[in-house]
Every structure is written in structure tokens, then in C-alpha cells.
Design a protein around this ligand. Sequence first.
Ligand code: OSB
Ligand code: MG
Length: 377
Amino acid sequence: MRPVRLVLREIGLRLREPFRTSTGAWDQRRILLVEVGDEDGATGWGECVAEESPLYGPETVDTAWLAITAWIAPLVLSREFTGPEEVGPALEAAFRGHHMAKAAVEMACWDLAAEQEGIPLAELLEGTRAEVATGISLGLQSSPAQLAEKATEAAAAGYRRIKLKIAPGADVEFAAAVQGALGEEVPVSVDGNGAYSLGDLEVLRRLDAMQLAMIEQPLAAGDLVRHAELQRRLSTPLCLDESITGADRAEDMITLGSGRIINVKPGRVGGHGAARAVHDVAAGAGVPVWCGGMLESGVGRAHNVALASLPNFRLPGDLSPSARYWERDIVHPEWTMSAGMVTVPRDRPGLGVEIDEEMVEELTVRRVVLTGRTLTL
Ligand code: OSB
Ligand code: MG
């Protein structure tokens, strides 16, 4: 595989409703789209999940733009790869960090390979599922009653798991209101996005008593040892998200006992290759994983759904349909959910959805076309 052209675009997409977590709020998404092309005109698409500000992790839209144009694209456009599985390791060997920027390009290469081979991305990734169970991630709300109403709507829509964003001061009461409204109907989980510390043990113990499906990332990303300490004190499974930056951290989590479930986001770990490695490490240890989301457009969603078709994605993923986020998505058909399941596209090559290039063009605020050619004076 030899990518010879990379188009990097930034688009703006307004969310239908603002999304609030313990770290900040989003009312629109600035999204980087990567399109890689080969000599024969085949193309592959990827989406960068970095956010406008460094709230979830240290990367941002602008650091990703820099990393892709300055380092990642020049490397990928300068060599031939036997297959897309070589792209991630080459980028990891060459540059530290910048996983979200690397992932956008690496995943575009996987799509390109699927297009070249004429097979669905899910098949190229060796996914086995025909459909994937879907959960919803509900942002922080102004009151417990408001959150309970949102959760009731989500349960009626068929979601198989309801995750609540929590923050110190907006946790136990909020989760209790949801459980009061839903009963045992749907599993409920909470996600702290690293806002708690071991000093909050009292609150975490109260959450532990609520029969939640899991408590996601209560402590900071680097706190594997403290998560292990916390997991020893709680019976609810901890699920790590921000902490798991690759297969090595997944091994550490398992060795230390820092958690019992992993939220796999390909953007966070550097792409499909690394995400599959996390999946395999977890599978080997009997640890279930599920596919997280970063408020992606239909392009990122396509990659996540294909990845989530792998066998150890045993729990519902944050794979809400297009209409939950956007007035109109940039892909056809839009992503939908039926009885809480999303169908893995297996009837056409690549992503399984068509990119609305006209709409992308209209939404584009900046674009750069990169080739392997270097400027010689
Ligand atoms: O922690 O999983 C998270 C969104 C932005 C940043 C971090 C997270 C999230 C979500 C949204 O939970 C899930 C989705 O895409 O629906
Ligand atoms: Mg999370």
C-alpha cells in the first residue's frame, strides 16, 4: 500500500444539544477529516477525535493539524507499506504521543486498504459481529429530575446501557434519580472523566452501593496505582478510558488490578492497530471491552462500528445514531439504531457509508493537500 496524497480538512458541525462533562462543555465540534489516496485513485477516510481545548486529553484540533501536516503525513507519504497494520507501528517508532492525530491518518489507511481489496472495513479488521449493542452517554444536566427525564427517553428509544456523566457535587443524587425512574430496566453506569481523587472515597462508596454496571475513569489518567487501590475497596467494576493509551497500559491495568473493563477508543490509542492490540490483551485476560465515542461524525462512527464488530467488544458501545448528535450527518445513509442495535455494514467495501462530499465542502473552513513530493531548492 502506497498512499501518495493526503487531504486534511477542518469542518464545523453544530451539536443539536450541548454536551457537558466534568471537564467542559461542547456546543459544536471542530472536526478534522483525513482523506488518503493511492496512485490508482482509491481513497480512504479518517476522522480526528481531538477537541478544541485539551480537556479530555492533551491533544487539540490545532495540535493535531500541526502533527499531521508537519510529521505524520510526510512519513506516511514517503514509503510503501505491506499493509495498514504497518502504519501505526511506523508512526509510534518515529514520534512520541499525538495518538489522535496519528489515529486519524492510520484509520484512513485501513479504509484505503479495504477499498483497495474491495472488502468491508469490518472484514479487514477481522470483526465477526453482524450488529453491535448501543449505549448512550448522557451529558451533565442541570438537575437530577432533568437527567432522569433524559434517561427515561433513552430507555424508551431502546438503548441497552445508559451512561451518566458525573462530577463532584453532581453524582449520587443524579444517579439515584435515574435509577428511581428506570428501575432495573436498563444497566446504568457513570463516567467521572478523572474528576475524583482517593479523597472522595465517601462519595465513591455511595456510588458503589448503587449496583451500577461500572464506574468509568473516576481518577486521573495517570493514576493506575490509585485506581488499583480504589478497585480493591469497591465491588463495582471500574472501567478505564483515558488511562488506557495502548496495549502496554491495558497489561498494566490487568497486572495491577486497576480496573475490570476497558473503554476502547481507537483515536485515544493511535488507531485500529493499537485498538485491536488492546482488544486482544483484554480478551486474553477475560476482560470485556466496549467501544467508546468522542461525539464523532458519521465517518468516525463508521470506524468505531467496524472495530466494535470484533468478538471481545462484549458490552454496549457509545455508538448513538447520527440524529442524536447532528441535524444532518456528513454520510449516507446516516447511522441508525434498531432495538438498541447498530448494524455493521457488510454489503460494500470500506466504511459502508458514502461521504457527502458536497456537504463536507460546504462545511470546510480550511484545507491542505499534501503529497510525497518534497520541496528542493
Ligand atoms: O469520556 O467517553 C468519554 C465525549 C467526549 C469526551 C469524552 C467522552 C465522551 C462521551 C461521548 O462519553 C460518547 C459519545 O460519543 O456519544
Ligand atoms: Mg469516558
